[in-house]
Write a protein that binds this ligand. Sequence first.
Ligand code: ADP
Ligand code: ZN
Length: 838
Amino acid sequence: MSAYVRIAVNVPNLTGEFDYHLPPELEGRLGAGHLVTVPFGKQTVQGVVLELIATPSVPETKPILSLLDPLPALTAAQIALARWMADHFLASLAAMLDLMLPAGLAQQADVRYALRDDRPQTMDDGQRSVVHRRLVDLLREKGSLRGRQIDRHFKNVEWRKSAQYLVRAGALSSQSVLPPPTVRPKFVRTAQLAVPPEQAEAAMSELGKTKATLTRRQAALRFLMREPADVNVSWVYAESGCNLSDLQELAERELITLRETEIWRDPLEKIGNQELGDQELGNKGLVLTQEQEAALHQILHAFQPLFSNPDLPNYLFLLHGVTGSGKTELYIRATAEAIRRGKQAIILVPEIAITPQTVRRFMSRFPGQVGLLHSKLSPGERYDTWRRARLGLLKVVIGPRSALFAPLPDVGLIVADECHDGSYSQSEPPFYNAVTAAKEYARLCGAVCILGSATPSIVQQYQAESGESLRLGLPQRIVNPEMPPVQVVDMRLELKTGNRGIFSGALVDALGKTLERGEQAILFLNRRGTATYVFCRECGYVARCPQCDAPLTYHVAPFSSLPARPEHVTQEHRDTLLCHRCGYHRRMPEKCPTCGGTQIRAYGLGSEKVETEVQALFPSARTLRWDWETTRQKDAHEIILSHFAAHRADVLVGTQMLAKGLDLPLVTLVGIVLAEVGLNLPDPFAPERTFSLLTQVAGRAGRSSLGGRVVLQTFQPEHYVIQAAAKHDVDGFYARELEERRRLGYPPFSRLVRLEYRHFDAAKAEAEAKRVAEKLQGQLATDNYRLTTLIGPAPCFFTRLDGLYRWQIVLRGPQPESLVRVMRLDNWRVEMEPVSLL
Ligand code: ADP
Ligand code: ZN
């Protein structure tokens, strides 16, 4: 029996694996995936057992201190996935393992800091730097704080070096701590009579010394004599007026049995079974269409172990079908097959709040077997769902990207619905893409993997084309196969005829008719990218960089010369156009360089403005706004959605969220307020993102037999993205965009790594970006990286975030990650396969 284990310790940013020996009491009880505490340096930290080993790699090992949970916290497949992800996404193994442990159970080692009372008088706490001063002020105000608590006050500012300096200088004390797990299983206490009633009756007179005690205990015992089954103690309290110590006394005398039964906190209890009686939702006997039947046939085939060979991509499907074409129905059938084979399924969706219809359909088909994981769960609910998944009590787990990490014992199916969606990419460290990870996880588990979308990404379509996955097509909507006609309105002509408003005559007209018929309309506004790009309203000209053709963006000042305080910005600083690719900048032109017109300006419009405009035009229309501002509160999505679905509003004005899986039969008009917003961003992924959004939004109209139409307003009607979206032409767009990517050398014809540096001091951010770029250039000159190019350094499109200046460098090549592996990039954010370069 092995007496040594290899451990990944849970310390942020630590990459190593360390060997420990087992104390006698743990021998034979530990295996891969167990969560333990170990000594690490001078601290006690949590760690995950990666494997048992015969001989340690160092001569002297320390012992494991304790086992935190008798069951493994991670499966072998999860550990393998974490290793693969750490390597692929250029992250630490500890960070990847941490994604898989439920918050509250996993506790990272931390350091507690406090000001020392005896700190040297000569030392001026505040002199050295802004960070020193802020740290000292914070600790003076709060007493002592843990590192992660300090993080919250400093956002992304690097304060740890300052803290270490102050510790060495004797101004601060530091002590390492391991916070205890903050979640526990939840129990309910029950009581039951343990003796025949006659025996209880006989004991009745000696149950207590005082009259009051006696009465209470007698009442409790009498009640339990009448109740044969286990009873929740709070019921006994309510019926008899007794308390816990009374029951404990009765249990002590062996008259009753007190038990603790584990209960699961079930977030689905709240959702309840509302609407589950619905005919369509619960309909198991649906007859599949021919296309569905053909696709299902292939999927079921992949479940047969004989045919699934992890070295071939025949477990991996790209299910390409418009919204409403019956994809979800296939996910459900595939899930049933996984369950039939004694396995479990993971269903990834962009966001649960936005896809309640999908969730309910799964719940009605697999009652009692579905677990939801999402951001609004309490830590207790999350922990319980996690544990039920671990025990195999849940057969289906549905949730956003993190649901991939549910510890299911034998995963047979992984679905990523709306697989093109940006939310599958985690945009904060540790960076990872859940669809990429899902494909690998399926391979590791021998599971079937289905990526579904109406608009798969260019890379996903290319992978299907080149044989990396199998494409299954569902070409038509089931209920109303006709896609709604799209009317393209040229806003330049509107301007010529004197209409300076937000809405074209055609859209006002269509809105009026829709409202008259008592139907509903959706007005879509792409919020991302408003107020940033500059164009001419008379001819549609967009200002671009003369060096790299990227759209220029509008800023009040050149990036580096912007004064630190907003009140110091003067007229002189205003109106600058900046290229985020190469740093080129110029003053905002007063006249359009193409047509000489004066209507050249930055575009800016919010959904609030659109709503106001609707109210002005149609005072009796009931409007509802669905955007980031109105959905900050808990459950806001559900409330807005159900409100609109119940026809308590006529017009829904919204942003990106409108694009996701909504089925609203009364909506017969979709108005796209300005289609090219988001298109003119300096990002190679902007066309694909915009096309997908426009196509999905347009698909919201005419889902029922009422039919429907789309009015698409634009200043660039000839743009290929607009043209393709207006024709619902996914294949045409793919062909064209793939050529663009080939021409410009972007994925799938290269791979990207994005390196970002943030600093509150603009000059420091710039200097560090330039320093690293120079070092990278040096490497690029060597033979190994001749095919790799460096883009930048340049300020990011969103130049400041949380008060920090952002600079980035993009590496592009066949294997740019190998270059990053040989560099030391402390404090840089390294993102493999970015889905946006903003
Ligand atoms: P998607 O996931 O592609 O949006 P769904 O699976 O939600 O498509 O199907 C769209 C609608 O058509 C749903 O209301 C669904 O119940 C219904 N539906 C799906 N398959 C069939 C079928 N074979 N026959 C009749 N209705 C179907
Ligand atoms: Zn440029």
